[in-house]
Ligand binder design. Structure first.
Ligand code: SAH
Length: 237
């Protein structure tokens, strides 16, 4: 296993680079890829920057240039469900690009030529990640929606929920990584800590969360994952 770990923001990656043993940095396409050993796992950490194109490019380069065999995206997200609270964790089972609409040529949300409107994460990787997250926060499993929009108005999240009632969290990168990994045949998983409620208070809540607590979550979950705290050896994936 060679694990690619993508985050969108520096705060989401905090501590991971420092935890890499024997780190080697390489700049490519305006991203800094840091390779090394993360608690015995061969890993490459990178910041994708924000949005679907940025995330898709980063995922493709991780696979094609850095030879990763598995990808985890770790970051923050807005809540898409009243039971999903700030500080909870959502681990994706499936992801949808909520702003994709080629109708009437294709059904709304369907990605042309894939026949899919959502992409499933790798079951084994997702199980291990959810196990690693369980000691850190309350964990929900389900649908994450991604789009090139910060959802920061109650009317926006209501409209999104009306179209996609099962959504648990909204963010801006996960489903793009999902499509790339699907097309390249790479097992992947997405984990998001809830930073805001994707409503009129979202921008303020997001900034507060990212400054104060966001960083601990990613670090603790990835450490548990790599140390097999979830009760399984990631090497066997
Ligand atoms: N002003 C911020 C913008 C961050 S955009 C900055 O420059 O740092 C929000 C980031 O957090 C994205 O990477 C997205 O994936 C995630 N996110 C958190 N809350 C979100 C929400 N309510 N809607 C969409 N994305 C959200």
């Amino acid at each position: 296993m060679r694990l690619g770990i993508i985050s969108a923001l520096a705060e989401e990656q905090h501590g991971l680079i420092e935890a890499l043993y024997s780190p080697a940095k390489q700049i490519h396409g305006m991203r800094e890829y840091t390779s090394g050993k993360l608690w015995e796992i061969d890993a490459v950490c990178v910041l994708s920057r924000i949005g679907k194109v940025a995330a898709a490019m980063t995922a493709a380069i991780l696979v094609e240039k850095f030879g990763v065999t598995h990808i985890i995206f770790t970051g923050v997200a807005g809540s898409g469900d009243k039971n999903v609270k700030v500080g909870d964790i959502v681990v994706a089972d499936t992801l949808v690009q909520h702003d994709f609409d080629a109708s009437p040529l294709f059904p709304r949300f369907e990605i042309p030529l894939t026949g899919l409107s959502s992409f499933a994460t790798d079951v084994a990787l997702t199980e291990k990640l959810a196990g690693a997250a369980a000691p850190v926060a309350r964990v929900h499993r389900g649908l994450i929606a991604s789009g090139d929009q910060f959802i920061g108005k109650s009317t926006q999240i209501q409209a999104l929920k009306a179209a996609l009632p099962d959504v648990l969290a909204v963010e801006m990168e996960g489903a793009a990584v999902a499509q790339v990994c699907f097309e390249l045949g790479i097992p992947f998983a997405v984990i998001r800590t809830i930073s805001d409620n994707a409503n009129d208070d979202a921008a303020v809540d997001f900034m507060h969360f990212i400054k104060t607590v966001a960083s601990r979550y990613a670090f603790d979950v990835i450490r548990n994952f790599c140390r097999c705290g979830a009760g399984g050896n990631p090497w066997s994936l």
